[in-house]
Design a protein around this ligand. Structure first.
Ligand SMILES: C[S@@+](CC[C@H](N)C(=O)[O-])C[C@H]1O[C@@H](n2cnc3c(N)ncnc32)[C@H](O)[C@@H]1O
Length: 205
């Protein structure tokens, strides 16, 4: 079924292919009846709008976690730097204003709860079971490991772990996301459902 969003999603800056976005929406729609959804790595809100719209339909909640200071590749002079998102006054990247604007435009302020801090800090006292976790934060090995260790354990039985940017061929992309994906499978706590483009979907046994 086509997804109807109350915003022109093409105008939202982000890193998510259409087939991946559709998959996130459809899995979140099924999962969010069982509990809240959490994403790590919101940037300007593209994935949050798909996940959040699904949560809104089921009267659930999306926790959108991002320190909004950008990943390594967003910093000044790096490949994916966007100067519109750079606060020259304080000399820091800041995607939070753009994120808030887009969440408001998508009418999701009552559904999406922004957690503006790092993954490790947000996880410190976290106890809420999660029906779905989407990992799309920092792509260094350390950041991906932190995200996996901090959040996978909160997924309920039958819940979904979605990991973005899986590149089996190292020439095509960084290896941190696929490393934690393989780690989750090797733990035998998760089983593979499908891979949509670069989005891996696992189910917690
Ligand atoms: C690839 S972007 C996310 C793209 C987004 N999901 C979309 O749909 O466009 C990665 C985001 O992760 C955030 N990030 C990187 N490391 C983080 C960390 N340790 N804690 C929280 N957020 C982090 C960055 O600020 C950045 O906005």
């Amino acid at each position: 079924m086509p997804i109807s969003l109350p915003i022109d999603i093409e105008q939202v800056k982000g890193f998510l292919a259409k087939d991946e976005a559709d998959a996130l929406y459809h899995y979140a729609l099924k999962q969010s009846v069982k509990g809240p959804v959490l994403e790590i790595g919101s940037y300007c809100g593209k994935s949050a709008i798909y996940l959040g719209s699904a949560c809104k339909e089921t009267n659930s909640t999306l926790y959108a976690l991002d320190h909004h200071r950008g990943s390594e590749e967003h910093q000044l002079g790096e490949e994916y730097h966007d100067d519109d998102l750079y606060d020259h006054q304080i000399g820091l990247f800041d995607s939070f204003k753009e994120f808030r604007k887009n969440i408001r435009a998508a009418d999701l302020e009552q559904t999406v709860i922004p957690l503006v801090t790092s993954s490790a800090v947000a996880a410190k006292n976290w106890t809420t079971p999660l029906a779905m976790v989407f990992i799309d934060g920092g792509h260094s090995m350390e950041a991906a490991q932190t995200d996996y260790q901090c959040w996978a354990k909160h997924i309920i039985s039958g819940g979904i772990l979605a990991i973005h940017d899986l590149f089996p061929n190292p020439d095509e992309g960084g290896q941190a996301p696929i490393t934690i994906y393989r780690q989750a499978l090797a733990s035998e706590l998760f089983e593979e459902i499908e891979v949509v483009n670069t989005l891996g979907l696992l189910r917690r046994k």
